[in-house]
Design a protein around this ligand. Structure first.
Ligand code: A3P
Length: 328
């Protein structure tokens, strides 16, 4: 295979000698949206992201009160970005009118370190406060300055039941996968996912490490679950606001501000906005693909009984004794 093809289909830049050497030293397997995924620092990743991740590991310096939204793709990142942005900026933007979420996709308001800020050899100017940024990288691969005990930066993580995450990922990747790679079947997707071969995966390790950190360092990591937020958004918005250091006041609660935030960021509201129907963000993805059904339990329409058995057994085994469980 020609080297440029090997580097990655999505990366149109001429790779440096260093990149070539690094990539050719890494194990690789079939990708979901690109031809290959590479096993880099213990997780699976597209080639182009590796360069951005190395760059932010090297250059990013956490500062007091940085907020990092962390997740594995398709677990509710867009939602958490919207909620976090709204809470942190409530003193700047009235929820009732002219809110930035009405005209910008949450991914434009809360950029990813690896897709936006450090992509394409960019070293961003991060002088604006508060710094609200996002990442999909596993906890162990975050820059040291975020993880240090003395750092006052905080991480908000969202996890989602693996059944729904897998189906959401399959739909998303099917839409974004270039024609030349051909379609990807659910069977194949299921197999790759179970083996952990999914961007930023294995999924289990990703969740478990953030979960462990949230238990051991409650000030540093807040661990949220998609299903629980769907069930009781008021309760979890209060937790989130408290963690972010801007709790809702009694007056705000009386005035229904929590409900207003929940409504503004709700799936039904965001999905119907013009920017999310017709706009594009991140790597020129169509915003509409970030809003599919927004439901808990949609997996039931896709898994075969055998897959349910296999996946349940795998999940039990992976989460065993961790204390982490999901409503599916
Ligand atoms: P489905 O594909 O199951 O519908 P991510 O943001 O991490 O890419 O995750 C995308 C998933 O979150 C999709 O799930 C999407 O529909 C759902 N989602 C997007 N915005 C949401 C919101 N405001 N509230 C709840 N779910 C949302």
């Amino acid at each position: 295979m020609a080297f440029t093809q090997m580097i990655e289909e999505e990366d149109h830049q001429e790779p440096s000698q260093e990149s070539r050497e690094l990539l050719s030293s890494l194990p690789r397997d079939k990708g979901w949206r690109t031809r290959h995924l590479y096993l880099f620092q213990g997780f699976w990743c597209q080639a182009k992201k590796i360069h951005a991740i190395l760059s932010f590991q090297q250059h990013f310096q956490a500062q007091a009160n940085d907020i990092i939204v962390a997740s594995i793709p398709k677990s509710g990142t867009t939602w958490l970005k919207a909620l976090t942005f709204t809470i942190l900026n409530s003193h700047l933007h009235s929820i009732q009118k002219q809110h930035p979420l009405l005209t910008c996709n949450p991914h434009d308001l809360v950029p990813f370190l690896e897709y936006n800020l450090y992509a394409d050899n960019n070293i961003p100017d991060l002088s604006r406060r508060p710094r609200l940024i996002a990442t999909h990288v596993p906890f162990h691969a975050l820059p040291h300055s975020i993880k240090m005990e003395t750092s006052t930066s905080r991480v908000v993580y969202i996890a989602r039941n693996p059944f729904d995450t897998l189906i959401s990922m399959w739909h998303f990747m099917s839409k974004l996968r270039p024609d030349e790679l051909g379609p990807i079947s659910l069977e194949e997707t299921f197999d790759m996912y179970c083996k952990g071969k999914v961007g930023y995966g294995p999924y289990w390790e990703h969740m478990l490490r953030y979960y462990k950190e949230s238990l051991e360092n409650t000030e540093k990591v807040l661990f949220l679950k998609y299903e629980e937020m769907k069930e009781n958004i008021t309760f979890h918005l209060k937790r989130l606001a408290q963690f972010l250091g801007c709790p809702f006041s009694a007056e705000e609660e009386r005035e229904g501000v929590i409900q207003d935030v929940a409504k503004l960021c709700s799936f039904d509201n965001l999905k119907e906005l013009d920017v999310n129907k017709n706009g594009r963000c991140i790597a020129n993805f169509e915003n509409k693909h970030f809003f599919r059904t927004g439901k808990v339990g949609d997996w039931i329409n896709y898994f075969t009984p055998l897959q349910v058995d296999q996946f349940s057994t795998l999940m039990e085994h992976k989460l065993e004794a961790s204390g982490l469980s999901f409503k599916i």
